[in-house]
Design a protein around this ligand. Structure first.
Ligand code: LA6
Ligand code: MN
Ligand code: MN
Ligand code: MN
Ligand code: MN
Length: 487
């Protein structure tokens, strides 16, 4: 008789997987190895008999035990996060019970998961959708992999740093090794900044109401809050309050003016409007005047194309479109609002629309078109990048969109190079304003049109930045003032 191996232990205990034949075989081998060696129990009746026995003189096995144990084929299914997640998902998919505990071995001390490669994360993400109510490990798996999904959707380099802070605080808070004091300070900084933004917004909303533009021009978008969001992204730090104010005004105005050009005005009126050289109600300082004129002229070009049904090439459209989108105007406004005295070389460069300015605002234009052109074309507008490319190449909209997305990525390479150029006449501040403007466009137009149509998803995120303070921890130990003898 051999020592008893209970078949039921074979199927229960390997990593929590129950019904997988492969795992079961491996389980049997491991359990046998752990238990006592097999014994032969001989009955006493035969014990004293002497029998002449033969031998064939067989040699010991050349495949010794240690050799067999050393086997390690590349074709085994390995116990990595990828394979475990895949097994988990397939088992649950086919109705087999498998415990979330299979992932225990992959948890690290910080509540994260240990993985070898991206495949592992993807596989875990897929598995997490098979989780059941109350399964905390699976919930953690989803939270963990969601971060990866977010990173792939929009890279950090394309996000405005200050506005990413809220998400990062949220993620950091979940870490078990978090540094409480640091977390609390980060939250306080965020909430304090938010309070500053709110005061600014109240103030500027008063200005906007006084102009009456929101109500009087019923055909135009009332984009005050969205415009403030752009300005928050462009210059987030407390010291840029004046910049935010001026940039918000400028963006709210160019949005209204855009609607005059796109929708409301007749071509004759638009020609007159462009010629007046006196953009609405505020006297622009030097530098801004030319930039405003350039913006209006670029929009007039688009209006002419629209009314004559002319279809520009993508290249032609973009050269004009990088100006008509308002990038150079936005940057110049931000620059002038913080610079005193003005440096002639920097101002001239900003007016030239070269290099980093050129490529940054082609990206801004492309991103706007990705988010807004479906609605624009339906309403009646000049063909935007996507439609120009479709017309030029015969591509489908889907292919054109992919192409435009790739163009943006390639253009960022140029921007990255210019950004690192030590000989650039632009100050770090100015470059940051410019790139943050581009980054804001990636946010605003990620889910269609966040600026004009104020879509729900974009506005939900915006509302957490502007209106929802982050709750502090219950335990305020870190901030109780030290007593005298603790000094
Ligand atoms: C874009 O709207 C618009 F008006 C803006 C103010 C975009 C943001 C620009 C900044 C922040 P629309 P069009 C400088 O998509 O007609 O209607 O050029 O612009 O595509
Ligand atoms: Mn428009
Ligand atoms: Mn327009
Ligand atoms: Mn647009
Ligand atoms: Mn838009």
């Amino acid at each position: 008789m051999s020592s008893c191996i209970n078949p039921s232990t074979l199927v229960t205990s390997v990593n929590g997987f129950k019904c997988l034949p492969l795992a079961t075989n491996r389980a049997a081998i491991r359990i046998m190895a752990k238990n006592k060696p097999v014994q032969c129990l001989v009955s006493a009746k035969y014990y004293n008999l002497t029998v002449d026995r033969r031998s064939a003189n067989y040699q010991p096995s050349i495949w010794d035990h240690d050799f067999l144990q050393s086997l390690n084929s590349n074709y085994t299914r390995k116990e990595n996060l990828y394979a475990t997640s895949l097994e988990f998902r397939l088992l649950r998919q086919h109705g087999y019970p498998v415990s979330q505990e299979v992932f225990n071995g992959f948890k690290d001390d910080q509540g994260g998961f240990i993985y070898d490669d991206f495949k592992g994360i993807l596989s875990l993400h897929e598995a997490s959708y098979y989780s059941l109510e109350g399964e905390s490990i699976m919930e953690e798996a989803w939270q963990f992999t969601k971060q990866a999904k977010r990173a792939v959707e929009l890279p950090l380099h394309w996000k405005v740093p200050m506005l990413e802070a809220r998400w990062f605080i949220h993620v950091y808070e979940k870490r078990e090794d978090k540094y409480h004091l640091l977390l609390e300070l980060a939250k306080l900084e965020f909430n304090t900044l938010q309070a500053i933004y709110q005061e600014e917004l109240k103030d500027i909303s008063g200005w906007w109401k006084d102009t009456g533009l929101g109500e009087k021009l019923s055909f135009a978008r009332d984009s005050l809050v969205a415009s403030f969001l752009w300005s928050m992204g462009i210059g987030s730090e407390p010291q840029f309050a004046f910049c935010r104010r001026i940039v918000t005004i400028a963006i709210a105005l160019i949005t209204v003016i855009d609607d005059i050009y796109d929708v409301y005005g007749t071509l004759d009126e638009l020609e007159l409007f462009t010629d007046v050289r006196h953009p609405l109600c505020f006297e622009p300082p030097s530098g801004l005047h030319e930039i405003w004129l350039g913006l209006l002229q670029a929009r007039l070009v688009e209006a002419k194309w629209y009314h004559s049904k002319y279809k520009p090439t993508l290249g032609e459209f973009l050269e004009n479109g990088l100006v008509s989108i308002g990038g150079p105007m936005g940057t110049m406004t931000a620059y002038l609002s913080v610079t005193n005295p003005i440096i002639e070389k920097e101002l001239e460069f900003l007016e030239s629309n070269q290099d980093i300015i050129h490529w940054s605002f082609k990206i801004l234009r492309l991103q706007d078109d990705l988010g807004t052109s479906s609605d624009e074309i339906q309403r009646g507008d000049v063909p935007k990048s996507i439609q120009c490319y479709m017309h030029e190449t015969g591509a489908s909209e889907e292919v054109a969109r992919e192409h435009i997305e790739d163009m943006m990525r390639q253009m960022w390479k140029k921007v990255n190079a210019y950004r690192a150029d030590k000989d650039s006449p632009l100050s770090q501040n100015t470059v940051d304003f410019m790139l943050n403007l581009v980054r804001m466009s990636h946010f605003m137009y990620l889910r269609r049109d966040g600026h004009g149509a104020q879509n729900q998803e974009t506005m939900d995120v915006a509302s957490t930045w502007l209106f929802q303070p982050i709750p502090l921890e219950d335990n305020h130990m870190a901030f109780t003032a030290p007593t005298a003898d603790e000094f």
